[in-house]
Design a binder for this molecule. Sequence first.
Ligand code: GLN
Length: 478
Amino acid sequence: MGLNELTLEEASNMIKKGDVSIEDITGDILSAIEADRKSDKPVNAYISFDLDHLKIEIENYRLNHKTPSLLNGVPIAVKDIINVKGTKTTCASRILKDYESPYDATAVELIRENGGIPAGKLNMDEFAMGSTSENSAFGIVRNPHNRDRIPGGSSGGAAAAVAGNLAIAALGSDTGGSIRQPACMCGVFGIKPTYGRVSRYGLVAYASSFDQIGPITKTVLDGAILLEAISGYDRRDSTSAPVKNEKYSDYVGQSIKGKKIGIPDEYFGEGLDNEVRRAVEYGIKILENAGAEVKKISLKYTRYAIATYYIIATAEASSNLARYDGIRYGTRLVSTDDLDRLYRENRSRGFGEEVKRRILLGTYTLSSGYYDAYYLKAQKVRTLIREDFKSAFGGVDIIVTPVSPKPAWEIGKMLDDPLQMYLADIYTVPVNLAGLPAASVPCGKTEDGLPIGIQLIAYHFNEADIFRAARIIEEGAA
Ligand code: GLN
């Protein structure tokens, strides 16, 4: 077995005991990446892997960590939208292809403080916009379970790297499902923490009122360990929550006896693939057998979630991405004295199709004639969706749903039909609209061997119940 196949927990214990060195592990990871690069249909999980930088990171680790720590020198791969000082952060965009981070994201700083080693920048949809990882200026990502299929997105590189043993564990980001959906399609664990739990400082903004960083890992326990490392209050993020950090690994293995599980009718309707439905129902049975009490609930505003999300997210994106003009931010791709032309051509050449579509949509809904009809209305519906969850959580501890209506589809299948692709986000975006924590846990496979995930949603700052239930599903579905 290659050391690239280790879980975070195993790798951390082996380094601590002196059984393996950090270089042994990174060596095996790099060989696996090299082998992938040479293969017929490469997974292409990474955008860059700076070896000189890795050496410096390892050296610094040895200087600063003489005693055991939470992560003990385990390399953690990072989605290329999160800043790691001294390495490139491209956001999978041409417009940032030469951008080198002058500072660290707080989550990265915390990984280091807890003894982890940021190693490699992962491929993704450009600026985290997409559900398939096909919108990358650095080539598509393939699903390690089936190379002709998408890995999901936008953190497709992260999920594919972890599933394909090209990383031990990874950091992704989730604005409308981008941690949970690729984790689901690649058969790994992924958790989007409560909004405010993990600092967004140093995470390049897509839609700031939704964005959260979170772990994508091989096991539930690994996810708990990594979340513990990166969460906590940060005064540099004004939306960071002043709540106490928790030792999430303590919850892994705890009972869920007497916990109330809510099954929302609206998440099991039309459009849900039969194999996915069966797997999720099986997952619910596992929780019931473990002593949970299952009841039906209703989240009646679910059908407005996609429209609401895509109005607000694109509005925020159009504002956040205004800074990439080749002057203040972004590579200058044209040389001209004509200022208008400079803006126009730089942005036309620098951004991909999907990013441009969203900037246009967002600019439109924010424009003075349409602001009230779209943006303001969407904000009101967002409140209704939040309230919907709030009253549901008055009667249950965890809400269980599918993650994606379908397992990983063929590469190229939905690329020309963006609306169809947006609709596939139906089970993940409501969670972001409400700022809730939610995870995807592997829960069986299709007949063709494609992974299926189950979504566990909890109320604000109740990641504890997610970890309790997730571990029970992990055990039961194995
Ligand atoms: N697929 C959704 C979108 O394209 C979610 C992306 C994300 O979570 N970053 O906006």
